[in-house]
Design a protein around this ligand. Structure first.
Ligand code: ARG
Length: 474
């Protein structure tokens, strides 16, 4: 942070009247939030503009004064955006910086701006505007990610890969199935952000410090100007409630959990051992010592960043627990988690979308794992049950024996000789046997709704497309 030269530091704080002593350096250092809440400058200026217009509409400012204030706020905005604005911890937070600079620029009229307003309702509104803006950005990037997942799913409809349980090869699936699993997770995340948005989008400005204000302020006007659909009905709740932020942080957390799980899959799948997926060089890094390395750093970093978001949610919950009504200074720190979590989600989703767009599957490696992992053993047992009237438990036992024989002789269901198979069961022979263990047929037999069969996948893709289109129409 740039420190202002001493002649620019105001001789008095904005509340200076009551105080005979200057704040001690520790009061200033521990009390400042400008080092982080300067991120709220746009929202603070927007709130102040609307507040000033409202003051004019109820006769506290005349039109000349309003014009001066609006002009001053515009100058401040360009000063901030061009890096010319001076920050000092003596002015504590973004709200006091703006008001102080306004007064420097426009004289006494600047001192009228804070009429019928407290920093308590001001910051509460700024934060709500900030969350609204971030949610818009997050929703946009979620759409990009969902489209990328659907696109990859279409490309990989006929790529058969292993599905895992216990991280052991379980059954053959279409790669589209794997990708669409994440599509639906991120769809639910989108829904959560929309829900958080509806809680968040409330007018709290006009609540004053906590009891309301001594002016006939026009909150309908404020709400309309800010494009907010509802007005908080209780000023005490308005200045101290943070449910909207909790919901936002929970949406961030759930999104990061999904992102992290996807990254974990990518980290595994791009490893030598799995080898199912390739990422482009541009999204990976090398090693300074090991020339052969290609590391999936983006995926690892997103997995790592998820930890911070979980911490942010926890931080806010603990911050709120036990706070008496109404505003307490502890609440100043809520923004640290809010900023961290929203920045983290945005950059992580961008990283994830880039990987999804550019990842490719390696069907030959997938086939190797599927065969070596006996992924169609269940299908073989079901063939005995369905076509040879063998009871399931017996079928399970027979296939188990065959697998055990393969393991002993380093074969798989595709390579083991027909004579060994026949010695275990006469049904393990001929074309029927080959069909029963086929990887592709196995996938297509999973015809239950939501399953991995080709036509079920097409059905899911249609649903996914509709979900994307309906979002676009909104
Ligand atoms: N910087 C403060 C915050 O973020 C603004 C509100 C200050 N209110 C007060 N009563 N000291 O919470």
């Amino acid at each position: 942070m740039k420190e202002s030269k001493s002649n620019q530091i105001p001789s008095e704080k904005l509340w200076g009247g009551r105080f005979e002593e200057k704040a001690s350096p520790i009061m200033e250092r521990i009390g400042e939030s400008i080092s982080f809440d300067r991120k709220l400058y746009k929202e603070d200026l927007e709130g102040s503009r609307v507040h000033a217009k409202m003051l004019k509409s109820i006769g506290i400012l005349d039109s000349q004064e309003l014009d001066q204030i609006l002009d001053g706020l515009k100058t401040i905005e360009s000063e901030i955006e061009s890096g010319k604005f001076t920050y000092t911890s003596e002015l504590e937070d973004i709200h006091m910086h703006v008001e102080h600079r306004l007064t420097e620029l426009k004289g006494d009229v600047g001192k009228k701006l804070h009429t019928a307003r407290s920093r308590n309702d001001q910051v509460a509104q700024d934060v709500r505007l900030y969350i609204r803006n971030r949610i818009r950005e997050i929703l946009a990037i979620i759409e990009i990610l969902r489209e990328a997942l659907l696109e990859q799913a279409k490309v990989n409809l006929d790529t058969i890969i292993p599905g895992y349980t216990h991280l052991q090869v379980a059954q053959p699936i279409r790669a589209s199935h794997f990708l669409l699993a994440y599509f639906w997770m991120f769809t639910r995340d989108r829904n959560l952000f929309e829900f958080a948005d509806s809680t968040n989008d409330e007018l709290v400005l006009g609540s004053g410090a906590m009891a309301g204000v001594n002016y006939e302020n026009d909150r309908d006007f404020l709400a309309k100007e800010l494009g907010i659909p509802k007005i908080s009905p209780n000023s005490m709740d308005a200045v101290s409630g943070r449910d909207h932020m909790l919901q936002f942080l929970f949406a961030c957390t759930q999104t990061m959990l999904h992102a992290s799980r996807f990254c974990e899959d990518l980290i595994l799948y791009t490893s030598q051992e799995f080898g199912l997926v390739r990422l482009p060089d541009s999204l990976t890094t090398g090693s300074s010592i090991m020339p052969q390395k290609k590391n999936p750093d983006i995926a690892e970093l997103i997995r790592g960043k998820a930890a911070k978001t979980i911490g942010n949610l926890n931080h806010l919950a603990v911050l709120l627990k036990g706070l008496p009504l109404t505003y307490n200074r502890d609440l100043q720190e809520d923004k640290i988690s809010l900023f961290e979590a929203s920045d983290t989600v945005l950059i992580s989703l961008e990283g994830l979308a880039a990987m999804v767009k550019q990842m490719s599957f390696r069907p030959e490696k997938a086939e190797r794992s599927l065969k070596d992992g006996f992924s169609t053993a269940t299908d073989l047992a079901d063939f005995l049950v369905g076509q040879k009237q063998v009871p399931f438990r017996t079928a399970h036992e027979l296939v188990g024996k065959l697998v055990s024989e393969c393991v002993k002789t380093n074969e798989n269901l595709f390579t083991i000789s027909e004579s060994v198979r026949a010695s275990i069961s006469p049904h393990f022979t001929g074309e029927e046997y080959s069909r029963a263990i086929s990887l592709e047929l196995s996938a297509d037999k999973k015809r239950s709704y939501g399953g991995t069969a080709r036509d079920r996948q097409l059905e899911q893709m249609k649903l996914a497309s509709e979900s994307i289109d309906s979002k676009k129409r909104k």
